[in-house]
Write a protein that binds this ligand. Structure first.
Ligand code: ATP
Ligand code: MG
Length: 266
């Protein structure tokens, strides 16, 4: 099979101006990413692991074009995001699905479950024509993600738990059949059994050719989901490679500490 590079990040650095600049009286900001490089082929999964504040979400946001690039480059399907026209950027976004970290703030506040899942579909396929197909996709996804059917017409804001919201976010991200899925802790609010189910739903798409970046705190989840892994700390890549090798033979002290903190299984 021909390799097709979906994503190529080179020496990416992102700085935020300090939130307390005024009080501190300095112009210094936070270097959220320092010269990060990674790439992803079609049908591959990359796990991004690291402690809170290590820059995982910033990396995802920058790939989506939501944080200004301070240095380096991000290419999607061979084209640099900073040189894209607005039209090209919209076209590329439509090939991507994303599950943002917080399902409380990232889902539209007043819609029903079905409305939330179908919204991206309705934007891309307006009019009655695609409606039936969209409805059947949404129902299929919600069933696959085991969201109880009595919740499908409920309002997300009033009736759903965090874990249920996250599954709605997964369905919404998948409804257009993305070629690249960016997911930021997509299973953080699931219990052990629904976590496995959500992961299976994602991995099924990966075996059908979808590429995925999975942000997680969970090294075991990273190994299960992804062949390639990257450990971030303080905005820098401390180690990257085959996830099974990372767990078996961590080189960097920080990765060793993460592995040592895992519960001992069997
Ligand atoms: N909008 C922002 N303005 C200023 N600083 C920010 C902003 N977003 C993130 N940061 C800073 O950038 C660094 C990386 O944050 P980021 O959200 O990428 O971490 P993370 O790895 O996703 O953490 P978590 O696991 O807690 O989600 C942190 O020091 C954070 O304070
Ligand atoms: Mg984050």
């Amino acid at each position: 099979m021909m390799n097709e590079t979906i994503l190529d990040v080179k020496n990416l650095s992102v700085n935020f101006r300090g939130r307390f600049r005024f009080f501190k009286g300095t112009g210094e900001g936070v270097a959220a990413l320092k010269s990060v490089s990674c790439s992803l082929e079609r049908g591959e999964t990359l796990a991004v692991v690291g402690e809170s504040g290590s820059g995982k979400t910033t990396l995802m946001r920058t790939i989506l074009g939501l944080a200004a690039e301070a240095g380096g480059s991000v290419e999607l399907w061979g084209k640099s995001i900073s040189s894209m026209t607005n039209g090209e950027r919209i076209a590329v976004r439509r090939r991507c699905g994303y599950i943002l970290q917080d399902p409380y703030s990232s889902l539209p506040p007043t819609m029903t479950v079905m409305g939330t899942v179908m919204e991206p579909w309705n934007i891309v396929h307006p009019g009655e024509g695609g409606r039936e197909e969209g409805t059947s996709r949404a129902r299929g996804l919600l069933a696959e993600l085991r969201l109880p059917e009595e919740l499908w017409q409920a309002r997300v804001r009033y009736s759903l738990s965090g874990g249920q919201r996250q599954r709605v976010a997964v369905a919404r991200a998948l409804i257009l059949g993305p070629e690249l899925l960016l997911c930021d802790e997509p299973t953080a609010m699931q219990d052990v059994s629904t976590r496995g189910e959500v992961l299976e739903v994602l991995l099924k798409r990966v075996s059908a050719g979808m590429s995925m970046i999975l942000v997680t705190h969970d090294l075991l989840l990273a190994r299960r989901a992804a062949k390639h892994g990257m450990v971030l700390r303080g905005g820098e890549v401390v180690e990257s490679g085959d996830t099974a090798d990372l767990l078996r033979h961590p080189n960097h002290e920080y990765t060793k500490a993460l592995v040592a903190a895992l519960p001992k299984l069997g």
